[in-house]
Design a protein around this ligand. Structure first.
Ligand code: NDP
Ligand code: 2IT
Length: 445
């Protein structure tokens, strides 16, 4: 296989899906050498079969807003690959959602889920519906309308959705309630549920905490301690909040948080108490991050900007895809950043990754460092199957073990001749091999 030829072919067949092409190019370029060791893979046209989703469901979602107006949105589910387990992955509600973005996310999810060591295939779904500025009642009606279509395609052994941008505990609750109403079944069909109805303890924390556990393993390879380090975080949603919480617990100084309108910089660091305020502001009042500066006037707000020109030892991008440009990555490196661990999916542009790797700083791609969220989703599925709930400590211990195993796998497949750990290659090769072998064993189908 020549990675470049496969990518060219996909570009022709799927024009207008740049994020999907970006994700595929990235993976194929790093697995090429490994793949070429197995002539059987080529005969089975494994690469194309692994890049193109098994199935895509698209539907119209019709709902009524608080003013009685009938609204429509698009709904999607991309079931990418179920070679190693039922389809699994989040739902995103954001005005930017389109099929190309969900295809990139489902593709990435397949490799990430393979890395977790748990039996989960890859999927992603969502809608161009924006929950921003909508009432609870509107969000509920939207979720119910979305589930009216989605319920035919999901199930505990078929496809298990969860949250992502714009879909958190509130939305999962409404989606689960309506699934139950439609099917008369109480099943482990969504993860991220409330703890009272089958949700796993630690699922809200899992992605952010997992990022920091992974970061700690990376730092350990260079004998560096997280304590006292200055951390730049983007986003202020689920992943950013719990990444910040764990950094604070570990004695690091979190300097920034952001949303799509701008970022805040707190020179004193965001303390546990200040973070509690952010959680209240974002999760219940559904406010904007700029309001932080009214409460804590020493902090500054930078409208329309991202935090990557600030000086920090560590950067944790936790907002969205392509949120670090090549120029911003250069600025981070120049500013003394020693490690970047991605909480978001594909937040670094190809130019940014190049800059980090050229500078030989520690850099982990999301499919490795943010895999803690879907891992605990997998553990939620296990608990639902057992009809048991584990303690927070049991789940957290398991999460730490998984993140450490993923890190080990990255070292195994990603260590280069000079000892530099190429986490991108490590994660892609490790994730790919398991899915590839499962597909080969299951025949051409
Ligand atoms: P949330 O909806 O809770 O928070 C998203 C945050 O990112 C908000 O602060 C939001 O700001 C900001 N954001 C969203 N879109 C943009 C944009 N286009 N430009 C700038 N900022 C933006 O989502 P999550 O925290 O769950 O997800 C964040 C990232 O982490 C995503 O990439 C997601 O795919 C990834 N991820 C999530 C996991 C999970 O378990 N939730 C697991 C693994 C990865 P605003 O309020 O202005 O929209
Ligand atoms: O990108 C991701 O891994 C998620 N949004 C979590 C998926 C899940 O099934 O928990």
């Amino acid at each position: 296989m020549k990675a470049i030829e496969v990518v060219e072919n996909l570009k022709q067949r799927f024009p207008g899906e740049p994020e999907y092409i970006q994700a595929v190019s990235q993976v194929l370029a790093t697995i090429e050498d490994e793949y070429n060791k197995y002539p059987d893979f080529e005969r089975a046209n494994l690469i194309e079969r692994l890049c193109i989703p098994d199935r895509i469901v698209q539907f119209r979602v019709t709902w009524t807003d608080d003013y009685g107006r009938v609204q429509t949105n698009m709904g999607y589910r991309v079931q990418h690959n179920n070679a190693i387990g039922p389809y699994k992955g989040g739902l995103r509600y954001h005005q930017s959602v389109n099929l190309g973005i969900l295809k990139f996310l489902a593709f990435e999810q397949t490799f990430k889920n393979s890395l977790t060591t748990l039996p989960m295939g890859g999927a992603k779904g969502g809608s161009d519906f924006s929950p921003r500025g909508k009432s609870d009642a509107e969000v509920m009606r939207f979720c119910q309308a979305f589930m009216n279509e989605l319920y035919r395609h999901i199930g505990p052994d078929e496809d298990v959705p969860a949250g992502d941008i714009g879909v958190g505990g509130r939305e999962i609750g409404y989606l689960f309630g309506h699934y139950k109403k439609l099917t008369h079944q109480f099943q482990g069909v969504l993860t991220g549920k409330g703890a009272a109805f089958g949700g796993s303890l630690m699922r809200p924390e899992a992605t952010g905490y997992g990022v920091v556990y992974f970061l700690q393993s990376m730092l350990q390879t260079r004998g560096i301690d997280l304590k006292g380090k200055r951390v730049l975080i983007s986003g202020s949603g689920n992943v950013a909040q719990y990444a910040a919480e764990k950094c604070i617990q570990m004695g690091a100084k979190v300097l920034t948080l952001s949303d799509s309108d701008g970022y805040i910089y707190d020179p004193d660091g965001i303390s546990a108490e200040k973070l509690q305020y952010v959680m209240e502001l974002k999760n219940f009042l559904r406010g904007r991050i700029r309001e932080y500066t009214s409460r804590y006037p020493k902090a500054t707000y930078h409208a329309g900007e991202r935090p990557w020109h600030e000086e920090g030892d560590i950067a944790l991008p936790c907002a969205t895809q392509n949120e670090i440009s090549g120029e911003e990555a250069q600025a981070l490196v120049k500013g003394g950043t020693i490690a970047v661990a991605e909480g978001a999916n594909m937040p670094s542009t190809p130019e940014a990754i190049e800059a980090f790797q050229q500078a030989k700083i520690l850099y982990a791609p999301g499919k490795a460092s943010n895999a803690g969220g879907v891992s605990v989703s997998g553990l939620e599925m296990t608990q639902n199957s057992e009809r048991l709930s584990w303690t927070a400590k049991e789940v957290d211990d398991y999460l730490r073990r998984i993140m450490s195993d993923i890190h080990q796998n990255c070292i195994k497949y990603g260590t280069e001749h000079d000892g530099y750990i190429n986490y991108v290659k490590g994660a892609n090769v490790a994730g790919f091999m398991k899915v590839a072998k499962a597909m080969m064993a299951q025949g051409i189908d």
